[in-house]
Design a protein around this ligand. Sequence first.
Ligand SMILES: [Zn+2]
Ligand SMILES: [Zn+2]
Length: 347
Amino acid sequence: MKAVRWHGPRDMRVVEIPKPVPAAGEVLLRVESVGVCGSDIHYYLEGRIGSQVLTEPIILGHEFAGIVESVGAGANPALLGRRVAVEPGTPCHECESCRRGHYNVCLAMRFPGGPGCEGALCEYMAVRADACFPVPDSLDAPMAALIEPVAVALHTVELARLSPGDTVAVIGLGSIGLMAAQIASHSGASIVYGADLLPYRVAAASRYGVAEAFASASGDATGEVVERIWTATGGRGVDVALDCTNTPSGVGIACRVARPGGRCVLTGISGQDWDPLPVSVVRRRELNLQWCRRFCHNFPAAIAMVAAGKVDIRGLLTHSFPLEQTRDAFELVAASADNVLKASIDQ
Ligand SMILES: [Zn+2]
Ligand SMILES: [Zn+2]
């Protein structure tokens, strides 16, 4: 079968590899759609995300969906023929975090498209049956693949613990930010502000639950976008700020727009080991900083929110490429070209 393997920065090759055979407890998935994620772009361009370093060629892709073509021994036969969104990542099930149910921080997690674990940019995958979530017929394959980032956005808002009437700022209006804005507006936010470096994303934001969006010329945590949000809130700051950027300055901007005693949820991946933090602001405002690691038990609710029409992901899917053109898709997303919001690889 065909797969696309990363061999080094900007080097993606279409390769032929054996079709997998599902083991006990697994199903054989015919991959229909894979979303291109900002974290994939870090690997594509730099071969690393902070301390996570790719040391050998690997198949990327962790946002995926497909049709279950066969089931292995002991796997639920009701999955046969179903379109499923797959929750990526296999935790160890044995460590303290796993036993507490906090499996997304398992240090022994094997995550597809990360170091040592092949991802979804291929025709078939063997995946754990218990990671397969059937989706309703109203979700086509690219939408089903985007359940993964919806789950991340949902976990982000869940960690923000919104109270009715809270004001929210979403820093970074990529697909995660635009999903989080919609979920926040359905979760009690009275108003959602947004900020991004790219004017076309700022322009798109009003369709995704953002009442007022600001373009940041510099992306600087001391820059004008902080002033704009500060002014928009009457000099109060927002109750909750969400960092959904892919830059080291995202954390600082989120901290600087949060009100005293406010809360920041930090979901963006800068790709660095260390990001600057405006510690005097954080201390004087006694901010609550909460990092978000992917998702934790969020797939069923993510599917329900999309099926109920509360999170528009169809509109986010701006570009589709065949598997052979995966490199073009990654180049497009890396350059934020052609007003791309989300690109997917569809087969
Ligand atoms: Zn992702
Ligand atoms: Zn574990």
